[in-house]
Design a protein around this ligand. Sequence first.
Ligand SMILES: Nc1ncnc2c1ncn2[C@@H]1O[C@H](COP(=O)(O)OP(=O)(O)O)[C@@H](O)[C@H]1O
Ligand SMILES: [Mg+2]
Length: 358
Amino acid sequence: MDAPHTNSLSGLDLLASAVILLDGSGCIRHVNPAAEHMLDSSLKGLQQHKLWSLFVNGEQLETVFNQAMAQEFSELRLDLTLERAGRESLQVDCLVSVLDNRATPVLFELRENVQQLKLNREERLFDQSQANKELIRNLAHEIKNPLGGIRGAAQLLEMELPERHLRELREYTQVIIREAGRLQTLVDRLLAPHRRPHIVGDVNIHEVCERVRSLIVAEFPDGLTIRRDYDLSIPEFRGDKEQLIQAVLNIAHNAAEALTDRIANGDAELTFKTRVSRQVTLAKIRYRLALDLHIIDNGPGIPPEISERIFYPLVSGRDGGSGLGLTLAQTFIQQHLGVIECESRPGHTDFRIRIPLP
Ligand SMILES: Nc1ncnc2c1ncn2[C@@H]1O[C@H](COP(=O)(O)OP(=O)(O)O)[C@@H](O)[C@H]1O
Ligand SMILES: [Mg+2]
């Protein structure tokens, strides 16, 4: 590209969106730094390549380019998902403009569509959690049936043990019986949350919070300050009050446990905060109104190595933890068509329960 031409384009370098200039054959003649960044390549590496050759599904770009060359439009806006071999696909808003310029008659402006990206991630997580639940349920059933048999057989075996070896051998059968029993309890707990909610009436979320508060106060009477920041205009909604109490309690209980050091110091804080949100998408469905209940603590935060997996069963950051508290809580909230989200950094962990409101 000749020097004067490049200079006249230098203003493009300051743009945050990716700008790509094509010549009459669709070859890249100029890209700004944002485009180099987005396409993960330098101007040198991109020049002389046809724009659409960079993507697995570039045909649409070629079609649009041909339409631009035929002057079928002067400006066109598109939403595109550009697939790249071996790399994350690009979710972009694309603006195609026909320029009055012989050397570079067509301009593509690409802007990464973060909103779309976020939505996709949430949808993916939701699908994943549905698939996980299915897997766990099936697995739990498969384990449950033979467990009963193992335990029963060990009990029969114990009765048949010869008198003279009873003492030593009984230790072994006891291990089998005890461990089978422990697994049985675990499996029962994995299967339990899948009962349907008992929706018997309207729930007032602040009654739920107050119940949980009194339970936490009873267990942690000293060193823990509980704050309440309620929006009392929040309407009641149909729900299973017992399930909601259990869900909120599991989250608040984790918070109180994470606050052990601060409780000893006397500066532990747990906050229940309620708000209303408008136009919310929960589990892929859009609602006009939703309840946001935040349960916030000033503890050390979620250990980074498990932060992506805390809602999975059996994931625990504590010795002796079952790793089922958040799984249960998430299941109960999903049965109310809601979700639990979490944001955590040292000193501030915020679990947000979101439930659609009428
Ligand atoms: N408020 C919190 N602060 C720090 N870590 C937390 C918090 N809530 C949950 N966690 C982490 O998530 C893990 C999983 O929680 P949970 O599913 O209730 O299982 P459990 O409490 O049996 O370990 C906890 O062990 C803990 O490491
Ligand atoms: Mg817990």
